[in-house]
Design a protein around this ligand. Structure first.
Ligand code: MG
Length: 381
């Protein structure tokens, strides 16, 4: 029996990596549903190659696919339809940004395993996501490399045995830049990530370190630790993915050459491990010296703003996430400077009246409010 897999966001960086992994494990998995945002041509090729029975396009022309004989569902509802596909056992959610939230909730309510690459889901509505999993019998397994590392280290342990997490951060392309030079960093410079090849949104988030704040919030929900017990250290080589400290003082780390294919495969097979022909076997000598340094918080304010939003709870993390998405888009479009990203997030959060995030309507309203507020601030610059 093969497990049915739905891949949401199949044409992005995680999506294409996922399909490569699935291709190598055809005896275990079959692709049943694919969705993409707008890349109809690639989606259509993927549909033909995998034989997915459901193909959805969120936005864009579906004619390219139909010419090729693939029937395509169009519109944002396709995310939920794919996430709840009756033949899908695992939903890989690799949608970028807030758009992935409702699909995660729907999949968990339908009792599916969600291999979560869309960290915004947990950041915006962590409590709702956990409640949906508890009620529907679904399960969240992280695809993010740091969280996959922690999951691999805690397997077989009970939550009270866990004391502290230290997530590693590559430090991004600006790790060694002087504060003054950072203000004028361009989008081309921000998009040149030293160790990971990823989509533009997450690459900019890695440059501002907003990505690491999102990951701290994600870890808080996934592993049930308070914010004081989740730390971040800069580790430019991206070989150690996270440290997991237990109450007896023992520290386990998961180590390996940077690749997203291992965390993707592990999210599909957890808690089992399976042999994979795509593995680059580890070589400590080739990995070279491993170094660790503190995060330069004053120069990367998006990090602390995010962690503080996580601590504030309620609608604050959703507002942080939305303000960050608007700021990143504005930066990529050349409308604001690199340092403008942190300023914009700070400004939006300052103006937000935090509410308890008890239902999806409240979360989505906060998300919308933050986007509008962020847009106004961009336009007034
Ligand atoms: Mg990560």
């Amino acid at each position: 029996m093969t497990a049915g897999i739905a891949v949401l966001g199949s044409t992005g960086s995680i999506g294409t990596s996922t399909l490569r992994v699935l291709e190598r494990h055809r005896e275990r998995f079959r692709v049943v549903a694919l969705t993409a945002h707008g890349a109809a041509g690639l989606l259509c090729e993927q549909a033909a190659a995998t034989g997915a029975s459901y193909v959805g396009l969120v936005d864009g022309s579906r004619e390219a696919c139909e010419h090729a004989g693939t029937r395509v569902a169009a519109g944002p509802e396709c995310l939920i339809e794919a996430a709840t596909h009756p033949e899908a056992d695992v939903v890989v959610n690799a949608v970028v940004g807030a758009a992935g939230l409702e699909a995660t909730l729907a999949a968990l309510r339908a009792g599916k395993r969600v291999a979560l690459a869309n960290k915004e889901t947990l950041v915006m509505a962590g409590d709702l996501v956990l409640a949906a999993a508890a009620h529907g019998g679904g399960e969240i397994v992280p695809v993010d490399s740091e969280h996959s590392a922690v999951l691999q280290c805690v397997a077989g342990h009970e939550p009270p045995e866990l004391r502290r997490l230290i997530l590693t951060a590559s430090g991004g392309p600006f790790r060694e830049w002087e504060a003054e030079r950072l203000h004028h960093a361009t989008s081309e410079e921000a998009l040149r990530h030293p160790t990971w090849e990823m989509g533009p949104k997450i690459t900019v988030d890695s440059a501002t370190l907003a990505n690491k704040a999102l990951e701290v919030i994600e870890a808080h929900y996934l592993f049930g630790l308070g914010y004081d017990a989740i730390e971040v250290v800069v580790h430019p080589q991206s070989i150690v993915h996270a440290f997991t400290e237990f109450v007896d003082g023992s520290v386990l780390a998961q180590v390996g050459f940077p690749t997203m294919e291992l965390p993707i495969l592990y999210a599909l097979t957890h808690p089992q491990r399976v042999a994979d022909a795509g593995t680059r076997w580890f070589d400590p000598v080739a990995a070279g010296p491993l170094t660790f340094e503190p995060l330069r918080e004053p120069d990367f304010p998006a990090f602390r703003l995010g962690v503080n939003a996580g601590r504030a709870g309620g609608t604050a993390p959703a507002v942080y996430n939305a303000a960050n998405e608007v700021a990143v888009q504005a930066f990529l479009a050349g409308r604001i400077s690199f340092s403008g990203i942190g300023e914009l997030i700070d400004n939006v959060l300052e103006n937000h009246d935090v509410q308890p995030a008890n239902d999806l309507t409240t979360v989505l309203a906060a998300d919308r409010w933050a986007r509008e507020r962020g847009e106004v601030l961009c336009s007034s610059r």
